[in-house]
Design a protein around this ligand. Structure first.
Ligand code: AMP
Length: 330
């Protein structure tokens, strides 16, 4: 039996190179090896934005982009969180066994409460129990997460353990964080420092056309050039080489490394090459994004089929949970 892996997906925005090389590419690789559930976390988004505009359109955009990257709905279960109502029942049971103090101590709650002092809602507080319900509803063993989610993962394990202890069962496995380790790369931004990220405004999106990619890359921050042979690269330049390493052929990287080392590098040439190599990587994905996006009924059918598969697994869990607690099964 394949192990079950589950990952939530942010419901808005577009995928950028950081998402692709840091996460999505690995999801695609995992689909043959694991029993994968990927869901678009539209309920979670209500904790910060109670009246999302066009939530259906934005979740469909995200779905189209993940499919364009190679997630195969025949192999993975990809669905909208709000399509699986069974999650809410589990969320309720988990909330009954979770204490105010431990929820208030979660760092992401404290941060968000600081960011939106006028809307410190119960959903924000119980974000970790909804996340635990998303995971436990499929009794998933592995959850690919960023380091910032570690505390939420600990809460999910606590929820599983506590349920098992209270009812004297060994029903929920404790889900483990899953790091892609060697395969995961940190994709830098084009503004010289830090990583590529939506809130940083330094992204190249998979949907960007060739002209947009070129414009963004040509504007990337550089310096005045190396002053001595074989010198260490400052961060702004290293970032360009990191991107080159990700998208270009090894001999291209080698060529520019040599140019750097003998101080004959011309950043304009490097950027042109980088832009061209990004485009050849993203162009086929972009075409598939356009293809999926132009066929809403296909996207809706994929989402409906995903929801049905997810609900089948969720119903089984809820039925057993009701039995364990002592409720009549529906
Ligand atoms: P976000 O869009 O910020 O919710 O990111 C979703 C996931 O994409 C993260 O958990 C990371 O795995 C991955 N990711 C985002 N930005 C980067 C980046 N610049 N480099 C590598 N991975 C990234």
């Amino acid at each position: 039996m394949k192990e079950t892996v589950l990952s939530g997906i942010r419901p808005t925005g577009n995928l950028h190179l950081g998402n692709y090389f840091g996460a999505v590419k690995n999801f695609v690789r995992m689909q043959d090896e694991y029993n994968c559930y990927f869901f678009i976390a539209d309920w979670h988004s209500l904790t910060t934005c109670p009246k999302p505009e066009n939530i259906v359109a934005s979740t469909e955009t995200i779905l189209a982009e993940y499919l364009a990257c190679g997630l195969d709905p025949e192999k993975v279960t990809i669905y909208m969180q709000s399509d699986v109502k069974e999650v809410l029942e589990l969320y309720l049971y988990l909330n009954m066994n979770t204490y105010l103090g431990e929820l208030e101590r979660v760092t992401t709650f404290k941060e968000k409460a600081r960011k939106q002092p006028d809307n410190v809602n119960a959903g924000l507080l119980t974000y970790p129990t909804l996340m635990a319900a998303d995971i436990l509803i499929h009794r998933a063993l592995k959850v690919p997460v960023g380091k910032d989610q570690e505390q939420n993962m600990e809460m999910a394990r606590k929820c599983a353990r506590r349920f098992n202890n209270i009812y004297g069962v060994d029903f929920f496995p404790e889900p483990q964080s899953f790091y892609f380790s060697k395969e995961a790369v940190k994709v830098p931004g084009l503004d010289g420092t830090g990583k590529m990220g939506k809130s940083e405004g330094n992204c190249i999106y998979l949907k960007d056309d060739a002209a947009t990619v070129k414009k963004k890359v040509m504007k990337a921050v550089t310096d005045s050039g190396p002053t001595a042979p074989n010198s260490e690269k400052p961060e702004v330049i290293q970032n360009l080489f990191t991107l080159l390493n990700i998208v270009s052929r090894p001999d291209t990287v080698q060529y520019f490394e040599e140019k750097w080392n003998d101080c004959s590098i011309r950043y304009g040439d490097l950027k042109k090459q980088l832009a061209a190599d990004i485009v050849s990587y993203t162009e086929p994905i972009r075409e598939r994004i356009l293809e999926f996006s132009s066929d809403r009924s296909r996207l809706q059918a994929i989402a409906a089929a995903g929801a049905e598969k997810a609900r089948e697994s969720a119903r089984k869990t809820i039925s057993e949970v009701r039995h364990i607690i002592g409720f009549r099964d529906l």
